[in-house]
Design a protein around this ligand. Structure first.
Ligand code: BES
Ligand code: MN
Ligand code: MN
Length: 462
């Protein structure tokens, strides 16, 4: 495989403009108001795959949003790479914290992206990273260098739990048969410290509703004599961590994989500056489970976080009231070998057990998924490592991430293949936050690195 650099240099304006067009469509899967935009995005992806050289591309209907499936099969005897990505994005709110509108992409230089970054919702997660694969395919087909078979499966519900994708994968095992799954939907340490993601955390997401009296009450007339749902909920939530920041739900840690001292020592070799970390977030100190480092806390350890909490009076001025209801959304990030359904049940039982008699409690499970770890001695990992070495001039560091792509564990179960996570984003790219951006350098570096993966994977598979 020749270096894609000259081709990228020649077509870079167009590569950029095509991505900008894709970023203009507000494909927000969580909000039904954007249904037409989500569906329209699938059509744009289909067209782009056709142009990039797929032999056949289809829009596969599901109970939810469509899945775009495309393939180019050279020879059934050759290895097959299955590329997965998502075309849906997170809601952009709060809008007033964006420096420019989320669906009107602009290019600006930043400290970490001196060559410019594209600011738009979905630029990094995951339109920009997914589109690198489409352009890498274009490069390989137009220059006659595609060394193996390729299949693309791009979904539109990743940000809401990938329910339809699970449905689709279970029904299409033959169609999706592959030798390795390739995903760019994660990050790396820094532009000069390449890394490959070897782990993803699992997830259990629940919503709780606490109901006290049957109506809102005057906080003077009734205050102190009935359970205030907000007081009760916050106290219950506070009790979920002990003084060492361990989670207090009985059985929560029963199945947690414990890493050996060697594995932890290996992890600690990855470059990390606590000072830079604190400065980037403008915090005085880090925080977390006693006995673990920051990198361990956000990758190999399970966590529990409140994502949203509401109830009572939040308007202007003061209103003396005891609200009848209080709510919270809670996520638990899980590690191997915790079972997310069991953890959801343990949460439900414990939260119900600790609720005082004066309130009624409802726990509604949302979505979840298993953690995933990929071995570094697989052909897929080795091929990826060589690809980075070639384009970055450095051997990439294996690194477990704290984020979740719940469908990856299901891929392994249903399709029996390993996933390689070649992510090119940075943690500071603000995915899911206002001012999400993706470095142009990263975008082009991805397009340059991906074809090398195909080459090494094909060579090493024979
Ligand atoms: N691409 C992210 C996951 C990610 C980002 C993993 C960076 C590792 C590094 C994905 O789109 C995502 O946001 N996943 C959700 C879970 C999903 C069920 C909503 C998450 O991690 O919160
Ligand atoms: Mn993503
Ligand atoms: Mn996401």
């Amino acid at each position: 495989m020749k270096s894609a650099k000259p081709y990228i240099e020649e077509h870079k304006e167009r590569f950029l403009n095509e991505l900008l067009e894709l970023l203009k469509i507000p494909s927000i899967s969580a909000d039904p108001a954007y249904k037409n935009d989500v569906v329209r995005t699938a059509d744009v992806i289909k067209e782009s795959l056709e142009k990039a050289g797929c032999d056949s591309v289809e829009i596969c209907e599901t109970p939810g949003y469509p899945i775009v499936y495309g393939e180019k099969i050279l020879d059934p005897k050759l290895p097959t790479v299955l590329v997965y990505g998502h075309y849906d994005v997170q809601p952009p709110d709060p809008l007033d914290l964006w420096d420019s509108p989320p669906f009107e992409p602009v290019i600006k230089k930043t400290e970490l992206h001196p060559e410019g970054a594209i600011f738009a919702r979905g630029s990094c997660d995951d339109k920009g990273q997914m589109y690198m694969h489409v352009k890498a395919l274009e490069y390989m087909t137009t220059t006659g260098q595609l060394p193996c078979n390729v299949k693309f499966m791009i979904e539109g519900e990743e940000e809401v739990g990938s329910e339809s994708l699970g449905w689709f994968v279970e029904r299409n095992q033959k169609k999706l048969a592959n030798d390795v799954i390739l995903i760019s939907d994660t990050g790396m340490i820094a532009n000069d410290i390449p890394s490959i993601t070897t782990g993803l955390r699992g997830l259990s997401y629940v919503e709780v509703e606490v109901t006290g009296p049957n109506r809102d009450l005057h906080s003077g007339l009734y205050g102190g004599a009935v359970a205030n749902p907000i007081n009760v909920l916050t106290k219950m939530i506070a009790s979920l961590h002990d003084e060492n920041n361990h989670i207090t739900i009985p059985g929560f840690y029963d199945e947690v994989e414990n890493l050996s001292a060697e594995e932890r020592a290996k992890m600690a070799e990855a470059p990390f500056s606590k000072e830079a970390y604190k400065n980037a977030l403008d915090i005085e100190d880090v925080y977390g489970e006693a006995g673990y480092t920051t990198n361990e806390r956000n990758s190999i350890r399970p966590t529990l976080d409140v994502n949203g909490i509401w109830g009572g009076y939040i308007g202007e001025g003061a209103k003396t009231v005891i609200a009848s209801k209080a709510y919270a959304k809670i996520s638990m990030r899980l590690v191997p070998d915790q079972n997310w359904e069991r953890i959801t049940e343990l949460f439900q039982k414990h939260f119900t057990d600790i609720a005082p008699k004066g309130v009624r409690l409802e726990v509604k499970p949302h979505h979840g998924g298993q953690a995933y770890v990929t071995p570094i001695d697989s052909i897929g990992y080795q091929a990826a490592s060589k690809a980075y070495e070639e384009t970055f001039g450095k051997v990439p560091i294996p690194q477990r991430s704290g984020g979740s792509i719940p469908i990856v564990a299901l891929f392994e179960k249903e399709l029996k293949s390993k996933t390689i996570l070649m992510g090119f984003g940075l943690d500071s790219d603000a995915i899911h936050s206002p001012n999400e951006h993706y470095g142009i350098w990263n975008y082009l570096k991805g397009i340059e690195t991906i074809p090398q993966f195909y080459k090494y994977f094909t060579e090493m598979s024979q």
